[in-house]
Write a protein that binds this ligand. Structure first.
Ligand code: FES
Ligand code: FES
Length: 175
């Protein structure tokens, strides 16, 4: 006999939804059974990053969160970033750089990069490492993944408006 069933409501990829959940069910299990199969099960212990999704814009390991912890929040999975037919900007660069081998790590890597691009204004190496070091790839040696990511980040940095020139006199001028 199954345990008690509860419900959890949250915004999944832009749509408010309510799901049945069993006690102790992990967010990763719920997402996968509800069709978000791009979110992968790797280690199940918070070390590989294959299950990375965004929770209120922050990259989190869905294998460590209980489904109930998503109550009232916003969850984004790889399905909201791009599809095979219509890939996102970073996904296109990954393919162009030949950075995808088995591909198992790629959705998690894309989600961590999505959090980075949405949250940070500067993409220096320290910040990039902070966002990306929780995502492991056992195939590629990372080099081509970083090449693809750097292409996107450099483009985004170049698109940023130039800082306004500081005033040299007058009230409120920065010294
Ligand atoms: S499956 Fe979640 S971190 Fe590995
Ligand atoms: S491409 Fe295989 S784990 Fe990264």
């Amino acid at each position: 006999m199954k345990g008690n069933i509860n419900t959890v409501s949250f915004i999944l990829n832009g749509q408010r939804k309510t799901f049945n959940v069993e006690p102790g069910e992990k967010l990763l299990a719920l997402l996968r059974r509800e069709g978000c199969r791009g979110t992968k099960y790797g280690c199940g212990q918070g070390t590989c990053g294959a299950c990375t999704v965004l929770l209120d814009g922050r990259a989190v390991y869905a294998c460590l969160l209980f489904a109930m912890q998503a109550e009232g929040r916003e969850v984004r999975t790889i399905e909201s970033v791009g599809t095979f037919e219509n890939p996102g900007e970073f996904q296109k660069e990954l393919v162009a750089a030949g950075a995808v081998q088995c591909g198992y790590c790629i959705p998690g890597i894309v989600m961590s990069a999505t959090a980075l691009m949405k949250t940070e204004k500067d993409f220096d190496e320290g910040i990039v490492k902070e966002y990306m070091d929780g995502n492991l790839c056992r195939c590629t040696g990372y080099e081509k993944i970083w090449v693809a990511l750097r292409r996107v980040l450099d483009r985004k940095a170049a698109e940023k408006p130039a800082p306004k020139a500081a005033k040299t006199s007058g009230k409120g001028a920065k010294q």
